[in-house]
Design a protein around this ligand. Structure first.
Ligand code: HEM
Ligand SMILES: *[C@@H]1O[C@H](CO)[C@@H](O)[C@H](O)[C@H]1NC(C)=O
Ligand SMILES: *[C@@H]1O[C@H](CO)[C@@H](O)[C@H](O)[C@H]1NC(C)=O
Ligand SMILES: *[C@@H]1O[C@H](CO)[C@@H](O)[C@H](O)[C@H]1NC(C)=O
Ligand SMILES: CC(=O)N[C@H]1CO[C@H](CO)[C@@H](O)[C@@H]1O
Length: 329
């Protein structure tokens, strides 16, 4: 009840959403890209992703986050999947922020199944885009047609990651600037952050909000006090670096708009979540999504399509990897 009340009675102009028209489609991307070369692609991906999700539900957040990290660093090109014996690939950067192994495993399983039916045809980058859509849908989230036709990168460098991924300590101006560099708007930022309606975060990511916000005010006052108490219980002062909590304390495994009602109630886990409500630049968008799951779903789908257009490799910039963790050469 209380949760709903603080976010009702607002009518954000429809213009907010109209302002997020996607940029023109890169000529090479199309949902029908593999229509003749691998007609069963989407059902193979769906089947394998469902199988993996049936084994472990953390597949959902892990696979979704992996796609975001891949796209933000040099584009959606599966560079994040490369396993380097020298530990100098994208996934080895500190900023990979403990990407969960189940995301990698999902893509590798799907790729193996796709290779059996359509050898050498479908890129790992496209499989990541399809799998990210499928896990959202399996968690009761929106569905969208995925544009396809990406090639896989020929390089993957740890040093490329620095400064490309947002930090949980960032405020709206910093987040907006980082997203703007990728042509992602404020609405895209708020919508994509809604991915934190599923998944986990380690205590070490937000402990400073609980214990060392400032000298006179140790706990961030934008936390709901009861929530802060619960978090302190789960994450004591000298917590290890393994303990994690649900990012959406209300509906942790469902892809829904509760993330936004949470923000209205001080239940945003990271600074980067809660500021979307405290900052007047983004608060109307948070309220809109809290009030309309449909508006959130539409905006999320659109923002994921835009995210999927970043840094697409074509021609001699890429290849179709045989296995997603290694270059062909
Ligand atoms: C807006 C800026 C963002 C920041 C600062 C941020 C930061 C983080 C951090 C620090 C974690 C916890 C990692 C850990 O402790 O293991 C996390 C988890 C997660 N993030 Fe984000 N993120 C952002 C945007 C996004 C976007 C755009 C998506 C996807 C569209 C996303 C999807 C996820 C998911 C699904 C998880 C849970 C991962 C899991 O349970 O394995 N995040 N994020
Ligand atoms: C996943 O689990 C659901 C529910 O138990 C079941 O109906 C479905 O057949 C399973 N799918 C796969 C691919 O294992
Ligand atoms: C952003 O849009 C501009 C203008 O359409 C384009 O030139 C630029 O390449 C885009 N940037 C990214 C990262 O897609
Ligand atoms: C986690 O803590 C252990 C033990 O203190 C340490 O060896 C390890 O390097 C830490 N891992 C990370 C990712 O910081
Ligand atoms: C999933 C994964 O590969 N995570 C890596 C992130 O980077 C650290 C080193 O900074 C590795 O230890 C992890 O294995």
């Amino acid at each position: 009840m209380e949760r709903r009340r603080r976010c009702v009675a607002l009518m954000v102009a429809a213009a907010l959403l109209a302002a997020t028209m996607p940029s023109p489609v890169a000529a090479t991307l199309s949902p029908d890209y593999y229509k003749s070369s691998c007609p069963d692609l989407e059902s193979i991906v769906r089947y394998e992703v469902t199988r993996k999700k049936n084994l472990t539900v953390v597949t959902i957040p892990a696979t979704l986050r992996l796609f975001f990290h891949d796209c933000m660093v040099g584009g959606c090109d599966a560079a994040v999947l490369i396993a380097s014996p020298k530990y100098d690939a994208e996934k080895d950067a500190d900023d990979n922020e403990s990407l969960a192994g189940d995301g990698f495993d999902t893509i590798n399983r799907v790729k193996a199944a796709v290779e059996k039916k359509c050898p050498g045809v479908v890129s790992c980058a496209d499989i990541m885009a399809l799998a990210a859509r499928d896990v959202v849908y399996l968690a009761s989230g929106p569905y969208w047609r995925v544009e396809l036709g990406r090639l896989d990168s020929l390089v993957s460098r740890k040093s490329d990651v620095e400064g490309k991924l947002p930090s949980e300590h960032m405020h709206v101006n910093e987040l907006a600037a980082m997203f703007q560099k990728k042509n992602l708007t404020l609405v895209d930022l708020v919508a994509l952050s809604g991915a934190h309606t599923v998944g986990f975060a380690h205590c070490t990511r937000f402990a400073s909000r609980l214990y060392s916000y400032s000298y006179s005010t140790p706990t961030d006052p934008t936390y709901n006090p009861d929530y802060a108490d619960q978090l302190k219980e789960a994450c004591p002062r000298k917590v290890n670096n393994i303990t994690a909590v649900n990012m959406d304390p209300v509906s942790p495994v469902t892809f829904d708009n509760i993330y936004y009602t949470n923000l209205c109630n001080g239940l945003g886990l990271f600074t980067s979540d809660q500021v979307l409500y405290t900052d007047p630049a983004t608060r109307p968008i948070v309220k809109q999504f809290a009030n309309s799951q449909k508006d959130f779903f539409d905006a999320f789908a659109e923002a994921m399509i835009k995210l999927g257009r970043l840094g697409v490799k074509t021609g001699n910039e890429g290849e179709i990897r045989k296995v997603c963790t290694a270059f062909n050469h």
